[in-house]
Design a protein around this ligand. Structure first.
Ligand SMILES: Nc1nc2c(ncn2[C@@H]2O[C@H](COP(=O)(O)OP(=O)(O)OP(=O)(O)O)[C@@H](O)[C@H]2O)c(=O)[nH]1
Ligand SMILES: [Mg+2]
Length: 256
């Protein structure tokens, strides 16, 4: 063991499967002999499919915020998201005291609260780890049309710019969509095919815009090579952990 600590943030649209993937990534790495912890950064979550080793809810109580500041649920969510950054010292101290090889960090369901306000970018930038990366989940049930895929790809690119760390793109919930994942994979890996399918689906204005977006994403290297994964059947975990290793360890494949 090298002694390095790696931080992996799970991001994606609401309900895309961040928490469930967190719950299977941790035992996956543990099964390879790595020391791994889960970190919940969602102050508003009621129940989780795993027991977090470090939990922002120990420091931020959303019900108390609602009462103390007379806020509705959305106001409390915004305030709690903004408060996440102020709790970084406590979170960091807890992580350091465990000193794991991997910290799997589950982020709030409301992507825009985490990624577009200051707190999320602050946490990603300032958390202390030897290497950091983001897994962005493309929900297979959401990217069911070519233009939906382009919209979510644009969101992923925007998260890449906001958070400023390398990203692995996952097509989540593969088991839920029958064979449709194959078509999604073909759209995402073959630009000419995607453009052709876009031209059939969308009105001409949407088509031209989508085509420009796809071309620009490709040009800037902000492409999305999706890894199809199911957190229910564990399909795709070998490929996903391979991609994670390549990013975290700068290309070299290292035995755990
Ligand atoms: N069949 C199937 N269901 C999944 C998979 N991943 C997640 N789900 C289900 O999708 C729903 C949302 O999953 P979560 O893991 O809570 O998603 P999330 O991104 O953490 O959601 P929020 O934090 O609320 O935004 C749950 O009912 C999960 O059981 C998967 O790979 N396959
Ligand atoms: Mg969640």
């Amino acid at each position: 063991m090298s002694g390095a600590m790696y931080a992996i943030f799970l991001t994606g649209t609401a309900g895309s499967g961040k928490s469930l993937l967190t719950s299977i990534l941790a035992p996956w790495y543990a099964g390879k002999g790595s020391a791994v912890i889960t970190v919940n950064l969602d102050p508003g979550v009621v129940s989780l499919p795993y027991t977090p080793d470090v939990d922002i809810r120990d420091y931020i109580d959303i019900n108390e915020l609602m009462e103390r500041y007379q806020l509705g649920p959305n106001g409390a969510l915004i305030l709690s998201a903004d408060m996440i950054a102020t709790k970084l010292p406590e979170i960091q101290e807890q992580i350091d005291s465990i000193n794991p090889d991997y910290a799997i960090i589950d982020t709030p369901g409301q992507l825009e609260l985490f990624a577009y306000r200051e707190s999320g970018a602050y946490i990603v930038k300032n958390i202390s780890a030897d290497a950091k990366m983001v897994i962005f989940l493309f929900d297979a049930s959401l990217v069911s049309t070519p233009s939906n895929l382009v919209s979510v790809a644009l969101l992923a690119a925007s998260i890449r710019l906001r958070l400023g760390v390398s990203q692995v793109a996952v097509l989540s919930k593969k088991d839920l969509v029958g064979d449709a994942w194959k078509k999604i994979m073909r759209w995402s890996s073959n630009r000419a095919y995607l453009e052709d399918e876009l031209s059939k689906e969308a009105d001409s204005e949407t088509y031209l815009l989508s085509k420009r977006i796809v071309a620009d994403l490709a040009k800037t290297g902000l492409t999305f090579e999706l890894i199809p994964v199911s957190a229910v059947t564990s399909e795709g975990m070998v490929e996903l952990s391979g991609s994670i290793s390549r990013i975290l360890r700068g290309g070299e494949e290292v035995e755990d």
